[in-house]
Design a protein around this ligand. Structure first.
Ligand code: NAP
Length: 299
């Protein structure tokens, strides 16, 4: 890989018989940005490794996972729609991934496939390093109750968030998730509310961190009204969006215009990748190089 520049289209990629292979399984994967940051990081550290996106259909997932062993891949990331379905095919799943109920990183440890989830920890790293916020003791509101909300909530609860309020379009899903968090981390108070303006008006007081964990505002629906009207946010709140395309969503732009602190979703994407890189290589990831490659790719 000598000579790769860490830009969108690294040149002089020298793949030999010794090159170790990582990648991502998903469907679709054409939108995946991870290859840019991982290939740039391998080049930066002079590692003879490469990252390849593979489109894997649901019916082929078991065979694809078996191929990690038979082709002796270092490991792969797993994305939509396989994060939950992949669990039964693994030899071991970390306690954190088991709690989240989803795996986004597989490591091939001498033929033994171990599943991790770096999404929640990636959000925590982004929160700490990019926003300078420690969620210990915080009251958090999450809009959404899907896979991303679950990963982030379990990670926040595990590091001592005091209260998490799930605001979701479908109340039942928010209740299920609040119940799962309460069982997993009894010290964290978990509540469920419906995503409705009148309810939000009452429940946003005292919230320290708001996180949009729904796809609202994602490209191409960039003008879609945000899940919460930013005028409802209390002063001093940190507003986070997990959507990273566009980098600054309408929710974040309008919150910033109201002088609120904001956190963009690319940080979670970056740090889940940083953690996966460190699992696969055992080396400290070149975070700045990965951030630059990601920013380059995201435009
Ligand atoms: P998911 O499992 O499909 O869950 C989506 C959630 O959003 C559900 O709770 C759904 O509510 C809610 N929702 C969908 N459309 C809505 C609408 N129009 N109005 C209000 N609520 C709506 O998806 P996910 O995997 O959790 O991902 C959610 C988003 O997080 C993705 O779009 C992605 O942009 C982002 N994400 C970012 C990262 C990162 O690294 N930054 C990682 C993962 C995900 P119902 O329950 O009512 O259907």
């Amino acid at each position: 890989m000598a000579g790769s520049s860490g830009t969108k289209f690294p040149g002089n990629i020298a793949i030999s018989g010794a090159t170790r292979v990582t990648g991502i399984f998903g469907d679709p994967v054409a939108h995946s940005w991870s290859s840019y940051m991982h290939n740039a990081a391998f080049a930066e550290l002079g590692l003879d490794m490469v990252y390849v996106p593979w489109r894997v259909r649901a019916e082929d997932l078991e065979n694809a996972v078996e191929a990690i062993r038979s082709l002796n891949l270092v490991g792969v990331n797993v994305t939509i729609p396989h994060k939950v379905a992949v669990l039964p095919y693994l030899d071991e799943v970390t306690p954190q991934a088991r709690l989240i109920g989803a795996v986004n990183t597989i490591h091939n440890q001498d033929g033994r496939l171990v599943g991790y989830n770096t999404d929640g920890a990636g959000f925590l790293e982004s929160l700490r390093r990019e926003a300078g916020v420690d969620p210990k003791g915080a009251t958090v509101m999450l809009a959404g109750a899907g896979g991303a909300a679950r990963a982030v909530a379990m990670a926040l609860a595990a590091v001592g968030a005091r209260r998490i309020v799930f605001a979701n379009r479908t109340l039942e899903r928010a209740r299920d998730l609040a119940g799962a968090v309460a069982v997993a981390v009894p010290s964290c108070e978990a509540h469920a509310i419906v995503l409705d303006e009148a309810v939000l008006r009452q429940r946003l007081a005292g919230v320290d961190i708001f996180i949009n964990a729904s796809p609202v505002g994602m490209h191409p629906a960039v003008d879609q009204p945000p899940v919460v009207e930013p005028a409802l946010f209390p002063p001093g709140i940190l507003v986070c969006d997990l959507v990273y395309n566009p980098l600054e969503t309408r929710l974040l732009r309008e919150s910033r215009e109201r002088d609120l602190k904001i956190l963009t979703g690319d940080g979670m994407l970056l740090y889940q990748g940083v953690l996966a890189f460190e699992i696969w290589t055992g080396r400290q990831a070149p975070v700045d190089i990965m951030r630059a490659a990601l920013k380059d790719a995201l435009g």
